[in-house]
Ligand binder design. Structure first.
Ligand SMILES: [Zn+2]
Length: 475
């Protein structure tokens, strides 16, 4: 299906980055790139009218492991006589990781991506580490699993940044568990060969901005410095996004100190890994000094508050990052709940519980100026949109000339939003909005969700039911 030469949409209200405005049409070219926000009568007359709706830039999910969707609600029980933690949860995740073949991964990730699209997400950063067959051998097509993820995104209609994970070992002085055999690519050369071949396979999708690659050294427990050094020249040459799990757990900091006599961020700074392409995923247990090092490098942070509270990881110190101008992106990570607006509000709410105060991440009011009731919500929306796009090098993230026409609309008469006015609507969406409000999702000018439904929804959900039955019925 080809698009007309230009497409235009006219909602009741359109979010321009700081506020909602009325009487503005969004006009895009045939490639789905924004040409202008327009008040010209000809554009308004030609636009598709989105009555009763407000239009916002598409949400960018900067950190996902799509296959974790199969363990949703299957790790909410006491598994240990001691205490349940991230590490006991990881055993459940490993069990799922050993069971999935490329076709299963396609079905699981199609489900995860469908739910993302229905919740207003238009781009996903998929942090992929399930590379090999369950016996630890490479598939005949070494990127079979990565290509299944890309296919799932294409079938749903999402943009995907495939963050191809390097995973060299189980940890310092640890032998891999059977599940980890699927993750491990022992040789940096083999990793770089697989990465290069994935890049070639996605070349035409990359030109179209639909699918592209990034580097993902999994974590310092999985990727020691000599491996990092071996892949660093390729990371610099390609200038692609580089994502790494960092300081999610206090234990990993302690092991890093024991092995390297420095903190994870100290080590990465020393190795020259930190720069503007780098995103520290989680970065929970870090010092002010480390936040300063990330800011100095112009790096990014990706917080995943829903997952972090589900796993008992800790509270993301977003106040440290905001104070230093570090852009914070958001991720759904384990997909235990897929709602990036929930992640946005939790970024603030968790800090309120920590400090017993309110409005922690809000800008201080200017003297003699009325407070903007949506100043905090606008900052949190930036985390869910433009900061994610910057972290992933994605073409969407804001409704500006030259950016992708990726957006979603909300119904202004949804009970969750009813009563909001122009000034309070951003706060209503961030603090009370969710999937029930979302009407349309458009990616690159093409409709993906209409009237809150995806055309493949019933088939994808039915297929996922069958997959879950296959995976878990015998247990
Ligand atoms: Zn993760």
């Amino acid at each position: 299906m080809s698009l007309p030469a230009t497409s235009a949409w006219l909602p009741d209200l359109l979010f321009t980055g700081a506020r909602f405005e009325s009487g503005l049409a969004l006009v895009a070219d045939a490639q789905g790139t924004i040409l202008r926000l327009s008040r010209e009568p000809a554009d308004l007359a030609a636009a598709q009218r989105l009555s009763g709706r407000a239009l916002l830039p598409g949400l960018v999910n900067a950190h996902s492991h799509a296959f974790h969707r199969v363990i949703r609600a299957r790790s909410e029980f006491r598994s240990s006589a001691q205490r349940d933690t991230f590490w006991t949860w990881r055993e459940v995740m490993f069990r799922a990781a050993t069971a999935l073949d490329p076709d299963d991964l396609l079905r699981a990730s199609r489900m995860a991506f469908l739910e993302m699209a229905l919740s207003g997400i238009t781009t996903v950063g998929e942090f992929h580490y399930l590379h090999r067959a369950p016996n630890g051998r490479a598939y005949a097509e070494p990127n079979a699993m990565a290509l299944a993820l890309v296919r799932a995104a294409r079938e749903v209609g999402l943009r995907i940044c495939l963050l191809h994970s390097a995973y060299a070992r189980a940890g310092w002085r640890r032998t891999p568990s059977p599940a980890q055999r699927r993750f491990i690519i022992e040789s940096p050369d083999e990793y770089l060969t697989a990465y290069a071949s994935l890049r070639v396979a996605l070349a035409s999708d990359t030109v179209a901005g639909l699918a592209w690659t990034g580097f993902a050294p999994h974590s310092l427990r999985a990727v020691p410095p000599d491996y990092l050094r071996a892949i660093l020249p390729a990371m610099r040459a390609h200038a692609a996004p580089v994502h790494m799990h960092l300081s999610e757990q206090t234990d990993e900091n302690e092991v890093c100190l024991a092995e390297h006599d420095t903190t994870p961020i100290g080590l990465l700074e020393h190795e020259g890994v930190l720069n503007e392409t780098f995103t520290a995923v989680h970065a929970i247990h870090i010092s002010t000094h480390e936040a300063v090092a990330l800011a100095r490098a112009k790096a990014h942070v990706c917080a995943c508050p829903t997952t972090e509270r589900n796993l008992g990881d800790g509270i993301n110190p977003a106040d440290l990052f905001f104070a230093r101008g570090l852009p914070v992106a958001l991720g759904t990570d384990t997909n235990v709940q897929t709602d990036l607006l929930e992640d946005a509000r939790e970024l603030e709410y968790h800090l309120r519980l920590k400090y017993l105060q309110r409005e922690i991440l809000a800008p201080a009011p200017a003297p003699e100026v009325d407070s903007d009731p949506s100043a905090l919500a606008t900052r949190l929306l930036a985390c869910a949109t433009r900061h994610g796009a910057a972290s992933l090098h994605a073409p969407g993230g804001s409704l500006e000339l030259g950016r992708a026409a990726d957006f979603f609309t909300v119904a202004l008469d949804d009970p969750a939003l009813a009563g909001a006015d122009v000034a309070t609507l951003p706060a209503a969406i961030v603090f009370a909005g969710g999937r029930s409000c979302i009407v349309d999702v458009v990616i690159g000018g093409r409709p993906v969700v209409a009237n809150g439904r995806h055309p493949q929804q019933a088939a994808i959900v039915g297929d996922f039911h069958a997959l879950q039955h296959k995976l878990w019925a015998h247990l």
